[in-house]
Design a binder for this molecule. Structure first.
Ligand code: DAT
Ligand code: MG
Length: 174
């Protein structure tokens, strides 16, 4: 049993793979195999404005317009994931940002296997615990990270949870 406090991160399954249910299934299965917990999940669409807000750190970059158009082009899903070292481990599973290089350099990663272009690159993952907190608040304003650590974290860490196939989330065994 791990004694290390679990970390939370924010994952997005982007519109390219949301349109491909078999890829979503495979990505979920990779996350489960790698011992991630699905804490909350939500399916939604982003308006252009919300997508711009989410990616405001990239304001002025040449790819922003393409990125925002893509992210607001169809349904996507957002997930709060928990694991030991979740931020880094989720980014490792995703693979590097630029698909056209990743296809060769990290072929077994999600982006390496399923990425289509540098824009349509399957998934998002927070790049630090601080970004994770901000991004979780962006998609799950009703979720309290403090409350989760106080009330639920130890149950997940001790494995007192089960994966519910119907909701695609882990539930506490209370
Ligand atoms: P990541 O999604 O790996 O955190 P990022 O934060 O640097 O990467 O960029 C956000 C998204 O913007 C990325 O997933 C795809 C797009 N993007 C970044 N760099 C790009 C580039 N050089 N060409 C095209 N799209 C790019
Ligand atoms: Mg990023």
């Amino acid at each position: 049993m791990s004694l290390k406090r679990l970390q939370l991160t924010l994952a997005i399954f982007k519109p390219d793979i949301t349109a491909q249910p078999h890829i979503i299934k495979e990505v979920r299965s990779m996350l489960l195999q790698h011992k991630f917990y699905f804490i909350r999940s939500k399916e939604l669409r982003l308006s252009r404005q919300r997508a711009e807000e989410f990616y405001q750190e990239h304001k002025g970059k040449f790819f922003l317009n393409r990125l925002v158009s893509f992210m607001s082009s169809g349904p996507l899903s957002a997930h709060i994931l928990a694991r030991d070292n979740a931020v880094q481990e989720w980014r490792r599973l995703m693979g590097p940002t630029k698909v056209l290089r990743t296809i060769h350099e990290d072929a077994d990663s999600i982006r390496g296997m399923y990425g289509l272009t540098d824009t349509r690159n399957c998934t998002h993952g927070s790049d630090s615990p601080e970004s994770a907190a901000k991004e979780i608040a962006f998609f799950f304003p009703e979720f309290s990270i403090d409350h989760w650590y106080r009330e639920d974290e130890s149950c997940y860490r001790e494995g007192k949870v089960f994966y519910d196939n119907d909701t695609g989330m882990h539930m506490l065994q209370r």
